[in-house]
Design a protein around this ligand. Sequence first.
Ligand SMILES: *[C@@H]1O[C@H](CO)[C@@H](O)[C@H](O)[C@H]1NC(C)=O
Length: 341
Amino acid sequence: MAYSPGFLVAIIVCACALSAQAARDLAEDRSIVARHEEWMAKYGRVYNDDAEKARRLEVFKANVAFIESVNSGTDKFWLEANQFADISEEEFKATYTGYKAPVSGNKGKPTGFKYANVSLDVLPTSVDWRTKGAVTPIKDQGQCGCCWAFSTVGSVEGIVKLSTGKLISLSEQELVDCDVDGMDQGCEGGLMDNAFEFIIDNGGLTTEGNYPYTGTDGSCNSNKESKSAASITGYEDVPANDEASLQKAVAAQPVSIALDGGDNLFRFYKGGILSGDCGTELDHGIVAVGYGVAGDGTKYWVMKNSWGTTWGEKGFIRMKRDIADEQGLCGLAMQPSYPTA
Ligand SMILES: *[C@@H]1O[C@H](CO)[C@@H](O)[C@H](O)[C@H]1NC(C)=O
């Protein structure tokens, strides 16, 4: 076989170009492999076998690329490769959220809105229920889609403190185990309004200490359930898609919020005031515990999440308030509600 000199030159040049690229790829792969190892050690992640590890590495790599692309921009918030960095968006939504948006998008019978006639002019420019002792420490739902129970309990703890003067950590597990006759289905998801109804019908909710969280579906312990520690008399929906109405409600008490918690911006949030192109597929429940205005004039909400203290700002998130989209950032203004007592 005889090759012409020109052909040889072409091959050599091409091979060099390829190997330089391959070397870059290899270096990048090594660094992402090392970062994945460090991340595994930090979050105590162990995989069953090399095949699973290789699959998780690919997901980790894609998530890190997303996080870095956002962090290299000029936004006033930043993301982190947190405990959720090796799972895909689909897996995440199936495991760590759990809000069941009503099928019609409508929550059924309309309720009153007791704060309707509050004048916006008299509302404080900032409110933080944490500093008023109406917010219990951050909890962690773990791998159970019962955000709805944590969101419900958070706003109930708030109104109980405001109406009785006592801050009592209440039981999510009671809702997970016992509120099972309707749409609420433990780790498989539920709805805050239905949980309020359960608490009203049940004559209250017991304490976290009496009926501790297990992170799994269990059968209802009626002995524990019977020891009610706090009750509510009703609940109301904040008018949908109206952040001004939401502000009136949050100025008065912590409020349960449904939003798109499966969105990667929300999932990987680490700090600052979240803004941007977040979705509005309601799949997660949290609690609005305040609002304020940053030094540069940016208005924000303060929300309490149930993903532990390593997520976000020690478990809380600040989200941009009064945005152009009436649904609110990540749909936060679409279906807020609160208990009454
Ligand atoms: C608000 O004001 C209107 C008009 O005065 C009144 O009809 C309505 O009942 C008030 N709503 C509440 C919740 O107080």
